[in-house]
Design a protein around this ligand. Structure first.
Ligand code: C2E
Ligand code: MG
Ligand code: MG
Ligand code: MG
Length: 277
């Protein structure tokens, strides 16, 4: 009986798996063309200083407007880009576009806001990652001090030695480095000791739960204390409610991001946030 059930379950499952694989392949083919055809763009989400209540910078978030399927989430296409190696050309486009935008904002008289760019580990494993990043800074004229790179804990864990080495050299150039989605990966204290990071971003799942679940609140409190004891600044992700912002401020969290404070928006809309006087 078990065998029969197993077999029929398999039969029902197989076409679904095949369809999924097919969608992945199609997405990869489409993604290969997306940058050339202008389907990719960057949204910018403000980062707020919780104490001073000012915008200190933004995070650049990749957007893909597919001609048929509409807007596709980076959570869906970044893993495909990583598996196929497309993350390298796409990641180049992201960094160049972000730095060019940052330079244009400075030229337009905006206050110096930092721009955080998400990177995948594979980008640090290419031939000359430091030369690549500094080359983009030079060609765009964007100051290294205003660039922050974000790497998730799980990406970081792929090859700790290499990431430590590359991070160290990027820090020497003046670039800031954030550990993203903190608390969702292995959260080894050893990373914090070894990485020359400048900030830690508390994953939004903990911020979401911290006013309901004592466990989430404990993680948020501990992450803030931990970061500060390592000399890192802390950013909370996914702040959606006034009460969450107040709670984080009381805990001494440095910065926050979230729909309450500003959604990811096109460049012109982000710049308009500075227009009111
Ligand atoms: P992330 O770096 O942790 O970015 C934060 C994500 O949370 C973004 O999702 C943002 O839109 C979303 N978010 C911000 N505030 C709120 C909030 O208050 N509530 C909720 N529910 N969500 C909020 P997004 O833009 O869909 O990006 C998902 C992930 O994709 C990013 O997570 C990042 O890991 C990755 N990603 C995005 N752009 C790039 C890129 O250019 N390169 C690479 N390698 N990864 C990227
Ligand atoms: Mg990020
Ligand atoms: Mg994150
Ligand atoms: Mg994330």
């Amino acid at each position: 009986y078990a065998k029969a059930a197993g077999r029929s379950a398999f039969r029902a499952f197989a076409p679904e798996m095949a369809a999924k694989a097919q969608r992945r392949t199609e997405m990869e083919i489409d993604l290969r063309r997306a940058a050339d055809e202008g389907q990719l763009w960057l949204a910018f989400q403000p980062k707020i200083d919780l104490g001073r209540r000012t915008i200190t910078g933004c995070e650049a978030l990749l957007r893909w407007d597919h001609p048929v399927h509409g807007s596709i989430s980076p959570a869906d296409f970044i893993p495909i880009a990583e598996d196929s190696g497309l993350i390298l050309p796409i990641g180049e486009w992201v960094l160049e576009t972000a730095c060019r935008q940052g330079r244009a904002w400075l030229d337009a008289g905006l206050p110096p806001v930092s721009i955080a760019v998400n990177i995948s580990a594979a980008q640090l494993f290419q031939r000359d990652p430091v030369g690549w990043v500094t080359g983009v800074l030079e060609s765009t004229g964007f100051p290294p001090e205003l660039l922050e790179l974000e790497l998730t804990e799980s990406q970081l864990a792929q090859d700790v030695e290499t990431v430590v080495a590359v991070f160290g050299r990027l820090r020497d150039v003046g670039i800031k480095l954030a550990i993203d989605d903190f608390g969702t990966g292995y959260s080894s204290l050893d990373y914090l000791r070894r990485f020359d990071a400048t900030s830690l971003k508390i994953d939004r799942s903990f911020v979401d739960g911290m006013l309901r679940e004592p466990g989430d609140a404990a993680i948020v409190r501990a992450a803030i204390a931990l970061a500060h004891s390592f000399g890192l600044s802390v950013t909370a992700e996914g702040v959606e409610a006034e009460a969450q912002q107040d709670f984080l401020r009381r805990l001494g969290c440095d910065e926050a991001q979230g729909f309450l404070l500003g959604r990811p928006v096109p460049a012109a809309e982000f710049a308009a946030l500075f227009q009111h006087t």
